[in-house]
Structures are given as structure tokens and as C-alpha cells.
Design a protein around this ligand. Structure first.
Ligand code: PGA
Length: 253
């Protein structure tokens, strides 16, 4: 049986950057997302929550998806400062990042919390992008594969049919540092993640997109995106400029 590669996804994580004028950047991204690119690759921008509604309006009809950067495990209630998946969906989002290493580090999010967030996202028809990745010490200690397998075991939702789940492999030491793993390391990790997904979800595991994230730029994207089982990228810094973000997506043209 031929296993089709999932349709790739290039996702931008704006983190705590951007203001009401940033819709211009999104407009430029939309302008560059021509028919040829639309045929080949999905684009997603995850702005800060303050901009989700505005970005959703700007993106209508463009094919560019809008997502959140985190969601609460509950749908509503007394959780000051938090945002639920239901609210994100209501504001126009169709994806949400959960378990980013900055959330895991800054907010002490455990794998179990990440799993609950992923399930909450799915309850609201949002596609969760579950982030996993090892620290530098774990990589240097030779434990990267074990750590990521453990994170997957405990962070993933019980079920998945394929397109309703995205994984992002983001080595913590590669985020915002300009450092990237070797192509062999990326290939080894993505193959291991695919194995876990197939074991857990059967054939559906072949359709789940596995993104690479961590210092992806236009000048390294072509090498990283050509690796087997790399189905796109999760891009931080380089997603803040339309030309850089589109330069990464160009790989799929
Ligand atoms: P970076 O961030 O591309 O700036 O390294 C990636 C991420 O944190 O998702």
C-alpha cells in the first residue's frame, strides 16, 4: 500500500510579538500565498490572542489559517487570564499550539496538562499542534529519543484520525538560538516520532503531520524540509517578516 505524504504545513508562532499594526505583515503573507503555493502547502499564523479576531478577519478567503498559542483545559470558568479552546474557535482560530517548551518551562506545564489541552482543543474542533523536544543536556546525555518518546506517550490525545493532530519536534536548544540539529539527527527523530504515531494510531499515524521547529530560516529550510517525515515547519522569529516566512514556504513550490 502506498502511503501518501501528508499535505505540508508551515506554521508561524508569533509568541508575545505584534500589535494592531501587524495585520500588514499578515496581508503581505496573504499576497505572496499565490495559487501555486496554495496547491502545495498550508500556511498558519498563530498571533498573540489579542490579534486573533483581527487576523481572522484579514485572512478570510485567503486560505491562510489562524491559530492560538495555548488554550486552557476547561471550556469556561474562573481562570483569570486564561483563554479556552472554545473561545479561540469562536475568535476564528482553527489550530492551537499546546505544550510549547516556553509554556512547559514558564508555566510548569506537565505532559498530562498538555494532553488535556490537546483534548480540549479537539472538543472545540481546533487542531492541536503538540510540541515536544529535548533540552541541550538531554541531547548531550544521549537521551533525546527517550525523552521525546516519553513526552509523546503522555502528551498525545487518546485518538487521532490523521489531519486532526499535528506534532512539532522542537529541540529546546534550537529555539531562538540559531542552532539546528544535524540533518541526521532530524531524520532519526522524525522517523522515531512516526513510529510512535503508527504504533499508537495505526494507519492514521501516517497522515499526522510532524513539523520541525527551532531556528528555521529561509537559508536552512530547504535542507530541513527535505528530510523524510518532516511535513513542514513551526517557525518563530522568521515568521514575523512576511518575506522570511514565505521564503521558508517556497520550498514546496
Ligand atoms: P524560532 O522559534 O524559530 O525563533 O527558533 C521556534 C518556536 O519556538 O516555535
Amino acid at each position: 500500500m502506498t502511503v501518501l505524504r501528508p499535505r505540508p504545513l508551515v506554521a508561524g508562532n508569533w509568541k508575545m510579538n505584534g500589535n494592531k499594526h501587524s495585520a500588514r505583515v499578515l496581508a503581505s503573507i496573504i499576497q505572496g500565498y499565490d495559487a501555486a503555493l496554495r496547491n502545495k502547502v498550508d500556511l498558519l499564523i498563530c498571533p498573540p490572542a489579542t490579534l486573533t479576531v483581527t487576523f481572522g478577519v484579514v485572512a478570510v478567503g485567503s486560505g491562510v489559517y489562524i491559530g492560538g498559542q495555548d488554550c486552557h483545559t476547561k471550556a469556561s470558568g474562573a481562570h483569570t487570564g486564561d483563554i479556552s479552546a472554545v473561545q479561540l474557535a469562536d475568535s476564528g482560530a482553527t489550530y492551537v499550539i499546546v505544550g510549547h517548551s516556553e509554556r512547559r518551562a514558564d508555566h510548569g506545564e506537565s505532559n498530562e496538562v498538555v494532553r488535556a489541552k490537546a483534548m480540549a482543543a479537539r472538543m472545540s474542533w481546533l487542531t492541536p499542534i503538540v510540541c515536544v523536544g529535548e533540552t541541550r543536556a538531554q541531547r548531550e546525555g544521549g537521551n533525546a529519543l527517550d525523552i521525546v518518546r516519553e513526552q509523546l506517550k503522555d502528551s498525545l490525545p487518546e485518538t487521532a484520525c490523521g489531519s486532526d493532530l499535528v506534532i512539532a519536534y522542537e529541540p529546546v536548544w534550537a529555539i531562538g538560538t540559531g542552532l539546528i540539529p544535524t540533518i541526521a539527527q532530524v531524520a532519526e527523530m522524525h522517523a522515531a516520532i512516526r513510529e510512535v504515531l503508527m504504533a499508537r494510531y495505526g494507519e492514521a499515524g501516517a497522515a499526522i503531520r510532524i513539523l520541525y521547529g527551532g531556528s528555521v530560516k529561509p537559508d536552512n529550510a530547504f535542507d530541513l524540509l527535505s528530510v523524510s517525515h518532516v511535513d513542514g515547519a513551526l517557525v518563530g522569529g522568521a515568521s514575523l517578516e512576511a518575506a522570511d516566512f514565505l521564503g521558508i514556504a517556497e520550498y514546496y513550490r
